[in-house]
Design a protein around this ligand. Structure first.
Ligand SMILES: Cc1ncc(COP(=O)(O)O)c(C=O)c1O
Length: 947
């Protein structure tokens, strides 16, 4: 029977994956905004002077199946060999339960940084487990909740030691056995700060001439040394001792604290996080108590909530860039939370005995290889080792290397005649047979003998991972439920819109996420030979080309692994450009007062002097102030750092003028690309006068936030800056800013997939809808709240700032109260008190449906009505806002409040059946900082609190 085919575009062809509002909803939203069409809104909002001429044209968008097929073809060009390269990156087994329940679980990966503690208790607990694990393994008192990678953590440790030491010296001693990428990044970071880097043999260190010494343990060629004497000498000279330690080795070896170390750093990659061609992985940092206030990064602490129950929160935030700006301890913002969570669960999964057993097995494999090679007459070193050997091969080096490669094993070339071999958790007996065969050893090798080649004096004496969490029943059922329990405590994007201004919490589509688990992407060592990473090369080239077209820049560096890292890399590029022109004296950086805290923090790390520029009452950069300060800086002007559209949520009309003024005085324009979600397809930073930008791929380009990382912050530059981009030792370059040449390469397929599935048209549509959604919210809240800044025609860009300051006076209601009350409504609060104290910055993104936008607006309007009730004479202390968030304990406990349980617990916007219940009441921030606890508290303390 003939039939009429039903008209249906599979949803992914219709580009409905990322665009939340349906066409009908969009029409309704445009009506509410009071504009005829989406294009008319964009014309009213985005100044004509900055619009790009030609639309983005990347050819047709791919469907999900087409994308995954194409990506698989590219992935297959990567060759996954057994890596024995070592050098800080190791094969590891990700327990499948962790892969499924955390890495591939949106409840974990779509969460935001836990700045709102009441809705983040799950990930805060996992991160506290991580900190406890690090404190235990290193023996030090305080650990942070991750840094970007081992190399940057090592560099951070050096600058932290400089702040913390009493020595007047301006040099740091670096153990020559540090991994080369660690030495490179330390050099990069020290140069602008005028710190001399002395690389040498620790036995010859002159402790009196340095403020700190940094040592690798085990060394890059496998050596094991006790640095106690060196550290004692450093202490004698008022300096500090830093140890870069492999946490797996620490399960068997004397811990850094027992050597007297003040700071320990390292990578937790081999705790279940794949190598991923360099990242992402969590670096750790721990220090003794006296240094905690100079520690970079986020630190989870334990406080109490309004009922006196223990509750987790981020502590000591006054150290951080968002508060201290150019005086911050570091510029770290996005770190590696998700990977730290994975590593912490790896430790929970295995417990101390399990970790020790894994380390012993790794060691035994190394012993077996060493014995076999020695028996065959090869000279191998070092005498004692954990997992790494160096073998003298003489003229046979090339042949052995090739023969191993023919057996799909990668070795490390050391000097001209040696090979490095590093064993790991994944190395199988059969792989060792193939390895030995490459050395020409085909006969049976000595059987495993359980005998340490670790020096007696370095054997670990102290216990670790003693907390009950590392001793729970490890049946997978129990583990799965623990992971589920923690994620259920949190509010991530998988439950509700997260309207965080400047953070662009948009959809991280499932199809985009899939390739990160493919071994062809995850199983590659960052220093694997180029012919094994051709798939990566193809992906990197095409993604870079697309990002260049989108931004109008000529070259991209994929090295920086966060936005702030991108800022640093971009400013360093500017610095090198000036130096190459004989203008190294240019040091002044103009930064408007509304800039993100990472901007001034990055500038000071580059040795620049920050001069703050005012904003006008309308929220624009004050051009006259800018001009005056640029003139005053004159020949010393290095750069300006601006954000576009501005952090006030408007497209400033004068951006070209700002760029021109900067250029007139010989400065370079750094345009912070965090807000690129408002520009893609409409305007290009490189065309409006900027010279360099970072792109937060974890915002605009769909890499999930992971509860505080991973991220990627590649930088785009115009041609004149391209020769000064960061190089990397892996390709004989200099000035590395990250441990790996392409930063956290294994998450780049997410952004590439987004571009390919959207096509140029889809990307542009996303931008337009993001702007429509923000204007829709501004329109719906109009009259109830003031939108602080608007651009031409009263329009906002992709976000808007809502002024909540008047309510403090009228009703005693603070921005904090509103943020916490939104939790009752089932929302994560918008960005609070930045860039203007006492306000909320709302960024809905294009991914949210009109229904979700309405739910948020209804919640905000209901909150306004509650404020009005207080203004009209209601109780200023005992009201739903002050008591927010409400918990189950509130609902079922005694009720002495002048409003109903229903009003308290089920306000407008909250779901009845699917209601989100925060596990704790409002968390006391001041208490947490006064009584700092940064490791898992003993279980009794929970019992006591409950009693
Ligand atoms: C405007 C702006 N610049 C820079 C950054 C820093 O980016 P990241 O957190 O990736 O380091 C952010 C992060 O929120 C931001 O909003």
């Amino acid at each position: 029977m003939p039939f009429e085919p039903t008209e249906y575009d599979p949803y992914d062809f219709a580009n409905r994956r990322h665009i939340g509002p349906s066409p009908d909803e969009m029409a309704a939203m445009l009506r509410a905004v009071g504009v005829e069409s989406l294009d008319a809104l964009i014309d009213e909002t985005v100044p004509g002077a900055i619009r790009q001429d030609a639309p983005l044209d990347f050819g047709p968008a791919l469907s999900e199946r087409e994308l995954l097929w194409q990506l698989k073809q590219v992935a297959r060009k990567n060759k996954v060999f057994s890596s024995m390269i070592g050098q800080g990156y190791h094969g590891t087994v990700t327990p499948p339960a962790i892969q499924r329940n955390i890495l591939e679980n949106p409840a974990w990966y779509t969460a935001y940084t836990p700045y709102q503690p009441e809705i983040s208790q799950g990930r805060l607990e996992a991160l506290l487990n991580y900190q406890t694990m690090i404190c235990d393994l290193t023996g030090l008192d305080v650990a942070n909740a991750s840094l970007l990678d081992e190399a940057t953590a090592a560099a951070e440790a050096v600058t932290m030691a400089e702040r913390g030491s009493k020595s007047k010296a301006r040099a740091v001693f670096v153990d020559r056995e540090c991994h080369p990428q660690n030495i490179d990044v330390i050099r990069t970071r020290c140069e602008p700060l005028g710190i001399e880097v002395i690389v040498g043999d620790p036995a010859e260190m002159d402790a009196g001439s340095v403020f700190a010494g940094i040592f690798q343990y085990p060394g890059t060629h496998g050596g094991l040394s006790d640095f106690s004497d060196q550290i004692a000498a450093l202490h004698e000279a008022q300096g500090l001792g830093i140890v870069i330690a492999d946490p797996m080795a620490l399960t068997l070896l004397k811990e850094p604290a027992a050597m007297g170390a003040d700071i320990a750093v390292g990578s937790t990659q081999r705790f279940g996080v794949p190598m991923g061609y360099g990242g992402p992985h969590a670096a750790y940092m721990a220090c003794r108590d006296g240094l905690k206030r100079s520690m970079p990064g986020r630190i989870v602490g334990v406080s109490v909530d309004a009922r006196g129950n223990p509750a987790y929160r981020l502590s000591l935030q006054t150290r951080e860039q968002h508060i201290r700006r150019e005086k911050a301890t570091s510029n770290v913002c996005t770190a590696q939370a998700l990977l730290a969570v994975m590593a912490s669960f790896y430790a929970v999964f295995h417990g101390p005995e399990g970790l020790k057993a894994i380390a012993q097995r790794i060691h035994l494999k190394a012993v077996r290889v060493s014995d076999a090679l020695r028996a065959a007459g090869f000279e191998t070193g070092p005498e004692s080792f954990f997992d790494t050997l160096t073998v003298e091969c003489g003229p046979l080096r090339g042949a052995i290397f090739d023969s191993a490669a023919a057996s799909r094993i990668n070795l490390r070339k050391v000097g001209k005649t040696k090979l490095g071999i590093t064993l790991d958790e994944t190395t199988r007996g059969e792989t060792i047979d193939r390895l030995l065969a490459a050395f020409g050893l085909h006969d049976a090798v000595p059987a495993d003998e359980a005998r340490y080649r670790l020096p007696e004096t370095l054997l670990r004496q102290s216990a670790y991972l003693t907390h009950p969490v590392f001793h729970m029943n490890r049946a997978e059922t129990e583990m799965m439920r623990y992971m589920r329990r923690l994620s259920d405590r949190d509010l991530a994007l998988d439950r509700a819109m997260i309207p965080l201004g400047s953070c662009t919490m948009k959809l991280n589509a499932a199809a985009e996420m899939m390739p990160i688990s493919w071994p062809e992407f995850s199983g590659i060592h960052p220093f694997a030979p180029a012919d094994q990473a051709e798939g990566y090369a193809e992906m990197l080239a095409d993604l870079s080309a697309k990002l260049c077209v989108i931004t109008g820049y000529d070259a991209m560096s994929m090295q920086p692994n966060s936005g702030a890292q991108g800022e640093y890399a971009g400013l360093l590029t500017i610095r090198r450009f000036h130096e190459a022109n004989g203008e190294g004296h240019r040091k002044i950086c103009l930064i408007p007062v509304n800039a993100h805290g990472t901007n001034p923090a990055s500038a000071q790390m580059c040795g620049m002097k920050v001069v703050v520029v005012k904003c006008t009452a309308r929220g624009d950069i004050d051009v006259e102030d800018f001009r005056a300060k640029a003139e005053a800086a004159g020949g010393d002007l290095a750069a300006c750092m601006i954000t576009y559209p501005s952090t006030h949520g408007v497209f400033e009309e004068n951006v070209r003028e700002i760029c021109e003024i900067t250029h007139t005085h010989g400065g370079q324009v750094y345009l912070d690309g965090a807000n690129l979600n408002a520009m893609v397809g409409l305007a290009k930073p490189g065309e409006i006068g900027a010279d360099v930008s970072h792109l937060n791929l974890h915002k605009t380009f769909c890499i999930p936030h992971g509860g505080g990382g991973p991220g990627m912050g590649p930088i785009g530059v115009r041609a004149h800056l391209a020769p000064h981009l960061p190089g990397h030792g892996a390709s004989n370059g200099e000035g590395a800013v990250s441990g790996a040449p392409f930063g956290s390469a294994s998450i780049l397929p997410i952004s590439w997939a987004y571009c390919l599935m959207m096509g140029g048209e889809g990307l542009t549509q996303a931008t337009k809808v993001a702007i429509l959604s923000a204007n829709y919210i501004a329109a719906r809240l109009d009259g109830a709240y003031d939108v602080l800044y608007r651009g031409r025609g009263g329009r906002v860009a992709h976000e808007c700032i809502i002024d909540t300051r008047p309510f403090d006076k009228s009703a005693g209601v603070t921005v904090d109260d509103i943020a916490k009350r939104l939790t009752d409504n089932g929302f994560h609060a918008p960005t609070m008190s930045w860039p203007v104290a006492g306000t909320l910055m709302v960024e809905p993104t294009e991914s949210e449906t009109m229904a979700e936008l309405d739910r948020f607006c209804d919640a905000m309007l209901a909150i306004r009505a509650e404020i009005k009730a207080i203004e009209d004479g209601g109780d200023r202390e005992n009201n739903p806002l002050k008591n927010a968030p409400h918990t189950v304990a509130d609902l079922v406990g005694e009720w002495d409040r002048p409003y109903s349980r229903e009003t308290g617990c089920y306000p407008a916007g909250s779901f009845h059946v699917d209601k989100y219940w925060p596990p704790v009441n409002r968390v006391d921030n001041a208490y947490g900082d006064r009584n700092l606890v940064c490791t898992c508290p003993p279980l009794e303390s929970y019992q006591e609190a409950a009693e």
